[in-house]
Design a protein around this ligand. Sequence first.
Ligand code: UDX
Ligand code: UDX
Length: 471
Amino acid sequence: MAPVNVKKICCIGAGYVGGPTCAVIALKCPNIQVTIVDLNQARIDGWNSEDYRLPIYEPGLVEVVKQARGRNLFFSTDIDRAIQEADLIFVSVNTPTKKSGVGAGFAADLNYVESATRRIAAVATSSKIVVEKSTVPMRTAESMRTILEANSKPGLRFDILSNPEFLAEGTAIDDLFAPDRVLIGSLQTFEGKSACQSLTNVYANWVHTDRILTVGLWSSELSKLAANAMLAQRISSINALSAICEATGANIEEVAHAVGRDTRVGSKFLRASVGFGGSCFQKDILNLVYLSESLHLPEVAAYWRQVVTLNEYQKRRFSKRVVDTLFNTITNKNIAILGFAFKADTGDTRESPAITLVRDFLSERAHVTIFDPQVDESQIWLDLSEALPDVSINQIKNQVTIAKSALSAAQNSEAVVVATEWKEFKDINWQAVYNTMKKPAFVFDGRMILDGDALRQIGFKVITIGRGDKL
Ligand code: UDX
Ligand code: UDX
């Protein structure tokens, strides 16, 4: 069987992964028609909006959509039609951590993957290559194949591939244009390898074949979990060292630089912070913990679990440092939080450490004012009500204000806390901020982005993560 020449692609799930990934595929493969579908009409309307008010913020994404939309890139809620027409289908639906039942708090909820797979089986009238794009537990491909084979029309063939996405939010377009690698997993059968070649040919339109790695299905599924777990482990390692720095007067930036200069370690992903967030790291590690436990490997499970435990500790340690520094109480004090997204250059707040900080400050009965350049106000209220299920939204709103600028957030506050590394926070008129604040005016830099010495010259008391400097 020769590899299928892919002419039409359908992507189920128009989120942070499916949207940018398939928009770039459309841009780079003008001869392939790409249709991105989603159940959520508002999301699709956003993708189709005339003024390009796309549902997600990602630098460079609007330019990609402008070039390809209407040419060979389409967004639709007509899922069945897109499935029927496609040769190849990406499944990019979300796989959140289960909230109840077996594996609650650890295992991935595969409900959406299963329902997308069942939909494909129910409506497909021709053979398809079905690609797992969502990060899934190992051997999900097998379940997908069983569902497809048991429910489809006779004579149809479904080849399942695993093609995990490694893009990071905020740099998604650059990551997709020039990926370190594209990973494609397939069954090592003749048919599996042939399907793998079909997808390889799609990426080969712009990615050098040296960078397209083809492996077995299970290796591919595990590699995605392993990559995220190892990246997160580096952050927890450096954050654990930041606690030692604060206690001893060492400087974590100097330590990270010295360690990272060893080419065996490398310098990337060693930035101490108030903790990692995002939709992937915690979820994928918990997934790995669950997998290890299911395989009766408790030591392995405990090892990975500690990466998440340390991250929780880092967030708690930081909020405690704020309280301790502000003379052991923040009750009725005004705290300005700069940044609510889980990292810079995204409006995404999933698992953002800022949520934990606000929750901790509210439990100390402080007043919190939040400013983020990209996060919608409604999203902040949603996140805070989820983080504080026992507190009514009105009570939350009594204690929290959302500001339109960093300067107005800081007005009349005792402390400014930097929770996200937005570049623009470096360029705030800090003198003006100082003038509006109560004295002594404290700045807590949870992202190591500010020039502490310049702020001290103005008169601020500055506390930076990973530094034990005297105020
Ligand atoms: C993705 C992956 O799917 C997840 O496994 C990975 O770990 C992180 O990235 P992401 O794109 O960030 O998720 O999720 P989200 O932005 O929530 O988008 C998923 C979309 O799928 C949503 O717009 C949702 O409406 C849609 N969806 C979900 C469907 O269209 N059909 C469904 O059955 C379920
Ligand atoms: C991550 C992976 O990088 C990506 O390959 C995968 O596909 C999805 O998960 P993402 O979560 O979008 O991407 O962002 P990433 O840049 O990895 O940052 C994750 C979190 O770690 C953020 O909260 C970030 O601020 C934090 N971080 C990152 C640090 O605290 N220190 C660092 O040195 C790097």
